[in-house]
Design a protein around this ligand. Structure first.
Ligand code: PLP
Length: 375
């Protein structure tokens, strides 16, 4: 650890996000064994802000054959990373005029409207697609009447080359919500018009939440990163991320002295304050002002005052005098403070914390050699 800290210091790193690729691969396999279906990796938004290229490469090496992104641009970047072979689906579909680029890179669009189906068949002929149905979330996907039109149309105009039928569940993180059963029933009714095509409906929560079936292909994002998609559930996933930032400066302030913009924190006794190099520009939410915590060698320390763009104040009075000097790191996401806890304190969900982690953070990817298999 000290060696790594020295390296970070030598490079002038202020805040570091480390991503454990081995833990992500472990989680990928764990999700597969929990749901009993092949698992596709959802790596949209730069793999939830963590780094699409190294994460996808590690998963492909571990045998993952299906990847999902949201935008065509992400799909093209991923194709150049992975090379030919793995299937890359674009969840938001492709805009008219970009069908050629998608076909050239063997990108599979998710068709969400009847018009998109027509345009694809016109431009891209029999290049493969996924088709998504809206089964009750009212977000993306063909409504029931359009699904029926598509089934009829396929008979008249020659088939769209449909490789996967999809839907997305609105309430998968509440496994007992009756909306889940309604949506699944609606989805299976629509899918029955396209017999023999594999079906996909399970996000992380549905894949690890003990559902009777996860269909033919799960689509997991959050759980890959070791984050529990079902609040309160125990899925035995491996934590894959750590976030830490360095102390820029420390000072002792007298009773009555304020900290940060608006002086919203005022010391009621002599107080030691550390200024930590992590701000809302790095994705440490301003809503943590006066509520958040950082950890130093296992001691939880309360944040003091508002989060600035590039730093926040930390009350380090609980530490031994002289402990925690400028240049040392405090932990922001770690086993002592999970991202679920950070999200809860910030009034949001882990997805938003993850995808908000700034491009300025130094990202470090670690990988342990795989243990050889023993008979
Ligand atoms: C983002 C997304 C997923 C992955 O969701 P997680 O909860 O992160 O597993 C799956 N399917 C669709 C359609 C999505 O948009």
């Amino acid at each position: 650890m000290t060696l790594l800290q020295d390296v970070a210091g030598a490079l002038g790193v202020s805040a570091e996000l480390s991503v454990d690729l081995s833990a992500i691969v472990t989680n990928y396999r764990r999700i597969g064994s929990l749901c009993g279906a092949p698992v596709g990796a959802v790596v949209k938004a730069d793999a939830y802000g963590l780094g699409m290229a190294p994460i996808s490469a590690a998963l492909a090496e571990a045998g993952c054959r299906d990847f999902f992104v949201a935008h065509l641009s992400e799909g093209l970047a991923l194709r150049s990373e992975l090379g030919p072979g793995p299937r890359i689906y674009v969840l938001n579909g492709v805009w008219p005029g970009s069908e050629g680029a998608a076909v050239a890179a063997e990108i599979v669009p998710v068709i969400n409207t009847f018009g998109q189906a027509r345009a694809w068949r016109g431009q891209a002929k029999s290049a493969p697609v996924a088709v998504q149905f809206d089964s009750g979330m009212s977000r993306l996907g063909l409504a029931a009447e359009d699904a029926a039109r598509l089934a009829d149309d396929a008979e008249q105009l020659g088939p769209l080359n449909i490789q996967l039928l999809m839907t997305h569940m609105a309430c998968a993180d509440s496994p007992r919500d009756p909306a889940n059963i309604k949506q699944l029933a609606a989805f299976h009714r629509l899918a029955a018009q396209f017999p023999g095509v594999p079906v996909s409906f399970a996000n992380s929560a549905a894949a690890v939440g003990g559902w009777a079936s996860a269909g033919d292909l799960a689509r997991a994002g959050l759980a890959l990163f070791g984050i529990n998609p079902v609040p309160g559930g125990a899925m035995d996933l491996s934590p894959a991320i750590r976030l830490r930032a360095r102390v820029l400066q420390t000072r002792t302030i007298t009773a009555g002295t304020g900290v940060g913009y608006g002086l919203t924190f005022v010391a009621n006794a002599p107080t030691r304050i550390a200024t930590v190099a992590m701000g809302y520009a790095d994705g440490w939410p301003r809503s943590l002002s006066g509520r958040g915590v950082a950890c130093y060698q296992g001691t939880r320390l309360p944040m003091a005052g508002r989060v600035s763009m590039d730093s926040f104040g930390l009350d380090i009075s609980a530490l031994e005098p002289g402990a925690l000097k400028a240049g040392e790191f405090v932990d922001l996401i770690s086993p002592e403070q999970t991202i679920e806890a950070v999200a809860e304190a910030a009034g949001t969900i882990p997805y938003e914390i993850l995808t908000g982690l700034g491009s300025r953070l130094s990202r470090r990817f670690t990988k342990r050699p795989e243990r050889p298999e023993h008979g």
